[in-house]
Design a protein around this ligand. Structure first.
Ligand SMILES: *Cc1c(COP(=O)(O)O)cnc(C)c1O
Ligand code: SF4
Length: 390
């Protein structure tokens, strides 16, 4: 089957905005101008639950409400438990701060030598270049600064950030994030990438962006050409549920990939969204069909008011166990916890090695079968190894 035929069966099109001229719909500025940003906007299009209604009234003081028309079309308006809906429509549970939750759950502010640069790992930095996004995820790790709902007044200082990177020859990798870097204009991105490319010790330039998912119209041929000219530029998108894999996202990924942009995906493990092996399997399969390699699956950070979206880490391990060996090896993301307080990303893996006994490493394969392998250095296998000890 041709990939294009596959895509035709994926959700797409103007949906609730079918009366809008296609030239408007396809214009990313139109999509931004027509975002749903208030209780009134939402109630004009759907019936909210009481929890959502109260959530929309609470949200403006925490993290702005904004949903692009493209993404709003993916919401099932008849299903209060819709996995897309839970990601972008506020709920009153956001006002409940559970023990351990903080405004800066992964301790970024403590690792900021200049505003916008998080230098935590020796050879790479996170560079926050804006505090705005096309739409806002209710569980955003950077809710404290993104959308400026809390008067955090984050002003990314691009010149100071560039100067910091240029002055630190140990930095070989920069990850542009925010907010969403692809909200910057073409001219600004072109300039920024050019400046980064001129830093001789910088080997890797990468971007984290949910814009291909929220606003695929932004991925214009002109933007793809900017990435091609400054390439290699790596890009991680952010999808959580297979329904986000629309024909428009697939087309955007194709434009990026054909411009030489290697694509990855990051997901956040969220209750009622993707805390289910079948949902994650469907998601990673769709990602591969769009040339996107699953990269990380994050345990949800201890962001204030996210208790209703978190699940036990065991659930994440169960999902990884359900994928590893059962499907394409490169469809399996790395499950990580970003350690509270600034420890960085810690990989969590199901235990396939169960320990060493009598010089043998005892192994479990994906089906639960038991095997062993000599554990010591240069150890001879003097006795025949039973292939399967089960
Ligand atoms: C996630 C992150 C990076 C990139 O980490 P990788 O594991 O290399 O993808 C770099 N800096 C900070 C502060 C991060 O949070
Ligand atoms: S797109 Fe990223 S930065 Fe923006 S709200 Fe979502 S998680 Fe936060």
């Amino acid at each position: 089957m041709q990939p294009t035929d596959q895509r035709d069966r994926w959700p797409s099109g103007q949906g609730l905005w079918s009366d809008v001229p296609k030239s408007d719909w396809d214009d990313w500025h139109w999509q931004l101008r027509n975002r749903l940003t208030s209780l009134r906007d939402l109630e004009a299009r759907m019936t909210l639950t009481p929890e959502e209604r109260a959530g929309c009234l609470f949200a403006p003081g925490k993290l702005a409400l904004a949903i692009t028309p493209h993404f709003f079309n993916l919401v099932d308006r008849d299903d209060p438990d819709c996995p897309v809906r839970r990601q972008v429509i506020p709920r009153i549970e956001e006002s409940v701060v559970s023990p351990g939750e903080t405004p800066d759950p992964v301790g970024e502010d403590g690792d900021m030598p200049v505003p916008g640069i998080v230098h935590r790992y020796p050879d790479r930095v996170l560079f926050l270049v804006t505090d705005r996004c096309a739409a806002y995820c209710r569980y955003c790790t950077r809710s404290r600064l993104v959308s400026n709902a809390r008067q955090y007044d984050f002003h990314p200082e691009l010149e100071a950030g560039l100067a910091y990177i240029a002055a630190h020859p140990e930095i070989r990798d920069v990850l542009l994030s925010g907010g969403d870097p692809l909200l910057l204009s073409d001219a600004k991105l072109d300039h920024l990438l050019g400046r980064l490319r001129a830093i001789p010790h910088l080997e890797v330039v990468r971007i984290g962006s949910r814009i291909p998912v929220f606003l695929p119209q932004r991925i214009t041929p002109e933007l793809a050409d900017i990435f091609r000219r400054h390439g290699p530029v790596w890009l991680n998108i952010h999808t959580n549920h297979p329904r986000e894999c629309t024909a428009e996202l697939a087309a955007a990924c194709e434009r990026l990939a054909l411009a030489g942009v290697p694509l990855g995906n990051q997901s956040v493990l969220l209750r009622g969204v993707n805390d289910d092996p079948a949902v994650m399997r469907s998601l990673v399969h769709r990602l591969l069909m769009m040339r996107v390699r699953p990269y990380y699956l994050y345990a949800c950070d201890l962001i204030e008011g996210s208790g209703h979206l978190r699940v036990p880490v065991e659930r994440g391990l169960e999902i990884i166990r359900s994928l590893r060996g059962h499907t394409t090896g490169f469809a399996v993301p790395q499950f990580v916890v970003d350690a509270p307080g600034g420890g960085g990303k810690v990989p969590l893996n199901p235990a396939y090695a169960e320990g060493v006994r009598d010089g043998w490493l005892e192994l479990r394969n994906y089906e639960g079968g038991r095997y062993r392998y000599p554990a010591g250095e240069g150890q001879e296998a003097t006795t025949p190894i039973p292939r399967n000890l089960a």
